[in-house]
Design a protein. Sequence first.
Length: 238
Amino acid sequence: MKNALAVERSAMTLTTIKPPVGTRLQLECPGIKERLGSQLLGYQDGGSVMVACPLRAGKPLTLEAGTHITVRLITGTSICGFSAPLLCSYEAPFAHWHLEYPAELTHKRIRQHTRVPVSLVASADEFAEGVLDSSGQWPRTLLCQNLSLTGANLLSKQPLGTLGERLYLTLRLRVAGFDQVVMVPSIIRNAPARSNDYQYGVEFFDLDEDARLVLAGFVYQQCLLETGYRDYLAEVGY
């Protein structure tokens, strides 16, 4: 998924994106392999970023002032991050840290056309009876190889149709621990020749709101997994 995320390095700051207090954070600290969970407690432009002290082995983590910490957070459909030195830490009235306010953030936006690699068994059915290839029974089982909010790449042992023809694609997607089945109206936009099977690029159209939400949740979830946010997904119930 080399081009799945668009990276923006404009003058994006915490003040620009306005993450709410309580936003979950992932912290990367020197000498610690795993990412540590934390929460945003507040921030002041030109001052500091206050975060809850992460726990390790059930105890507040102790680091020296000046230690550089990488912070990642999710806001809307973007993954943001920055690196800043630890200014100071306090144990009372609760354990928390002050980090230097970052001049800018890295900002990775999940685009509408982001394609995530998958290996999903799916099925295709006629959009209207008798319109598509009649050399076999419908629906036809196939493999979905990548997926976006706007289309998919399909691999089939049987022909599905020709360019411009319509079909229904049925997908079973696991989102936030639950299986969701969506039936998506699709148009064949690409059908490159292959020797032993059939490969198709399809574009989705007329998606209802439920299907759009399930697709968006699945693609967003897969993007986070691909960029190392497995711990975050587990933390928030995915």
